[in-house]
Design a protein around this ligand. Sequence first.
Ligand SMILES: C[S@@+](CC[C@H](N)C(=O)[O-])C[C@H]1O[C@@H](n2cnc3c(N)ncnc32)[C@H](O)[C@@H]1O
Length: 272
Amino acid sequence: MPSLLESDLKQRVLEENRRLHALENAQYLDRHPEQTNRYQQRILRQTLSEWDRLLARPQAQLLEAGCGTGYLYLPLLQRGYRMTGVDLSDTLIQVLQNRIPDRHRGRSRLVAADIEAFLKEETSDYDGVICSALLHHLYDYETVLAELARRVRPGGLLLIFFEPLRQTIRSPFRFFLHRRLAALDERLYTRSMKRRGIPLIEDGGMADYQRRFGGLCPDRLAAVVRENGMTVLRTTTYCVRRHAWAAWLANQVLGTRNTFNLLARKTQAAGA
Ligand SMILES: C[S@@+](CC[C@H](N)C(=O)[O-])C[C@H]1O[C@@H](n2cnc3c(N)ncnc32)[C@H](O)[C@@H]1O
């Protein structure tokens, strides 16, 4: 049973997420070129190809938790999967609903809800579960992750994508260059948003709750999914930047990391 202080804090994180993501609206992905630049698009394409190959169930039923405006939801729907998308923000759910082509609507179900409440209410299992840039927004991400892992059917997949990596700084010089590159990337980003007339949203504050602790630790996430019957297939770390050239420099030259993905498979039932 959470203490009064804990449940107040949890409620505040939820409210801040509702408020912040309503501001993001239809311009969410325009404001986040770190998700759409060519460098990151390549990572996304490779991840989805690996997903198709490993899942090998073309009509699979998938759940995306925190689907936002459809960064992964739309390409997965286009690949023929049957999708359920859950997001706290009814504004973003409406944006995504309007983006779904008529021919795909029959395979799509969108729900505006807190993922924890949704999982309590609905007991379905899925062939695959995805969450992209969601877990660091949650007050209690471990409970949610454990429940998401439990809902994956035997042989099915769980993808955690684009989460901020909690890291230890080993080389102060490399860290200095990493910060300088980040500052330049950010300055150019601010200018380009101004030029395009896209208002910037303030810092995530309480909505980005887990960033207060320096991000998430892939080893901890791996332990949670293993405790819930999954095998970790791959953890990938990389550096995200607003511009593709900056991401290339960070990854290929500096070798710095600030983000990770984790892919896991539910163990097959004995004799299956
Ligand atoms: C950084 S955005 C990522 C959106 C999308 N997955 C993407 O990768 O572009 C985080 C999303 O999580 C949603 N979110 C935050 N807290 C949530 C919660 N408790 N339950 C469901 N969705 C939540 C937000 O509304 C937002 O759409």
